[in-house]
Design a protein around this ligand. Structure first.
Ligand SMILES: [Zn+2]
Ligand SMILES: [Zn+2]
Ligand SMILES: [Zn+2]
Ligand SMILES: [Zn+2]
Ligand SMILES: [Zn+2]
Ligand SMILES: [Zn+2]
Length: 446
């Protein structure tokens, strides 16, 4: 239910009147002359909303007061539109909210975007018999959903039409209208039950009355028919003719229908008298907006930097969730991986080879030879056996410069040079030597 006070004060504010809160009462200044006349009050006007505070001077505003009734009439004819902005600034301690672990915050840049609420104020009038009831409702819609709204704890100022969009209003209005029906369901059926009982009683009374008339009609018709019969037996033609004329005049089917029609018309009238008239009036639409901060964050770690964007919603005081690029868990502390990822502490590891910190995504695996955990940069694959090795465990073969893993090379037993296992040559005395040494031996023999 809409606070009457807020509705009234909002009304004056929307007319650009000065509204001063004096604690026990409000002073309204600069009321347009036209409105003054319409409301029958003079500015500056002292408005009281609490009966106990009312001194007798000024105006006490409640559901039954003249000022309220007139404002309602005024608004019914021209629903007001209000644009409000909730003032927020990026909190100074925003840096504390971004908890960094292995990196430092280089730069913060903020961009604004707006988030919107719509507030619709309705007055519903229920009318039946001599009873009238006014119900006021205030409905907040945010992103197409009904939300609980209360602006009282926020710093609110007049919005700027250049800043705000009203695109969402139409869709929000439909949502609010649907919700209004739900809100009023109980009230309407409560109102309706009472009427239904009364109507039922009335219809019963009408039916009893007309049944009685119809019974009488039937009885009189019967006795007339009996008299016609008797006259027939006596062959009294003159009498028969007279009686038949009487029958035609007063007891024809048409006459019976007349009675039934009368009954139906009276019942119908009662039904419409007891029917419930519902009238919804939109009296105010408010677009409420507040800034959403997009923060460009630059993190740096050992000369390496990484940019990313965070969104801070000052209303919920929530910073956008950041997930570990690797394991996807929500981060409470941010680490920067040298491969350009954001990750959690358990996904960040030191490469045993280069000594830089990388996330799981950037690790190639464990060296087949020495068992070191190595990053993608430091890992090599042996072209012979396909095993993963750290770059330290790979061996350069002779003059070719080709690298192979330690399993795929041997040291020449003659010159001790690193040699590809596949390229070894067996000497006549059974030793395994490199091709160079082998050809030297051949030369020496020849
Ligand atoms: Zn992780
Ligand atoms: Zn490495
Ligand atoms: Zn990474
Ligand atoms: Zn290794
Ligand atoms: Zn190998
Ligand atoms: Zn050799």
């Amino acid at each position: 239910m809409l606070e009457l006070k807020e509705l009234i004060l909002g009304f004056f504010k929307s007319l650009k009147c000065d509204v001063e809160d004096k604690g026990e009462f409000f002073i309204i200044k600069n009321i347009p002359e036209k409105v003054e006349k319409f409301l029958d009050l003079t500015s500056p006007a002292k408005l009281y909303f609490i009966k106990e505070n009312y001194s007798g001077e000024g105006y006490l505003i409640d559901e039954t007061s003249n000022v309220f009734k007139k404002i309602k009439d005024y608004l019914k004819n021209s629903p007001s539109k209000t644009l409000l902005k909730i003032d927020f600034d990026l909190p100074n301690n925003i840096k504390d909210k971004i908890r960094l672990r292995n990196c430092s915050l280089d730069k913060i840049e903020k961009k604004n975007e707006n988030n919107y609420f719509s507030r619709f104020s309705f007055i519903t009038t229920l009318m039946a018999l001599n009873k009238t009831d006014h119900i006021s409702n205030e409905i907040f819609v945010h992103e197409g959903k009904i939300v609980n709204g209360d602006l009282s704890s926020y710093q609110v100022s007049e919005g700027d039409i250049k800043e705000a969009s009203t695109e969402h209003l139409e869709a929000d209005y439909l949502v609010a209208r649907e919700n209004l029906k739900v809100l009023l369901k109980d009230k309407i059926s409560e109102f309706g039950v009472d009427l239904g009982i009364k109507l039922k009683k009335e219809i019963e009374r009408i039916n009893i009355h007309y049944n009685h008339i119809l019974e009488e009609f039937e009885a009189n018709k019967d006795s007339l028919l009996k008299r016609i019969n008797a006259a027939g037996l006596n062959n009294d033609i003159e009498k028969i003719k007279k009686l038949k004329e009487m029958l035609e005049l007063s007891f024809s089917e048409k006459e019976e229908k007349k009675i039934k029609n009368e009954r139906d018309i009276i019942s119908g009238n009662e039904r419409s008298k007891y029917s419930l008239n519902i009238d919804h009036k939109l009296i105010n639409t408010t677009v409420i907006y507040y800034p959403i901060f997009k923060i460009q964050v630059t993190l740096s770690e050992a000369g390496f930097s990484k940019n990313f964007e965070l969104v801070y919603n000052p209303l919920t005081e929530e910073l956008s969730q950041i997930k570990c690029d690797s394991c996807k868990t929500q981060l409470d502390q941010i680490n920067v991986c040298r491969g350009g990822h954001i990750c959690c502490s358990s996904c960040l590891h030191l490469c045993n080879e280069c000594g830089k910190r990388y996330c799981r995504l950037c690790f190639a695996g464990i060296c087949n030879n020495c068992g070191k955990l190595v990053c993608n940069n430091c890992a090599r694959k042996c072209s012979d056996c396909g095993s993963l090795n750290c770059k330290n465990c790979m061996r350069k073969i002779g003059k070719t410069g080709l690298e192979k893993c330690s399993n795929c090379i041997v040291y020449c037993s003659s010159c001790s040079a690193i040699t590809d296992k596949k390229q070894l040559v067996r000497t006549s005395d059974g030793r395994m030597i490199c091709r160079d040494c082998s050809s030297k031996i051949k030369h020496a023999i020849h």
